[in-house]
Design a protein around this ligand. Sequence first.
Ligand code: ZN
Length: 124
Amino acid sequence: MTLKLCQGPACHQYTTKDRLKGPKENKTYQTRRRSSMYYGNGNFCSMQCYNDWAEEFSDRAIDHFGRLTEPKHLTEDNAWEKQYDWRDDGTYYVYVNGITKERRPLTREQFNDNNYTLNIGERI
Ligand SMILES: [Zn+2]
């Protein structure tokens, strides 16, 4: 099992018991290691670490990947949103258009596939 390190820049500065690691005489507070983490796409051990990262790096990340300079517009072409309903006889996956309210059924595979989209104007 591979352990991932929390990417929070100050993770080691939060002095919780579980971060105190090392040989008896030489324990230090260390960045958390986990097999899975729940925040920031699995990169952070806590909301605090996620926020610390955002505070320090989001300007550079946004400049790197492209800062939005014009407002986006919701249109019929890009208003498709994946949704699911739980019912007694199972889970139903569906695409719903936020403007026209049209519903189109989806398979579970299509629902889980992040590259599968009906949004014509969103992805290049
Ligand atoms: Zn952390």
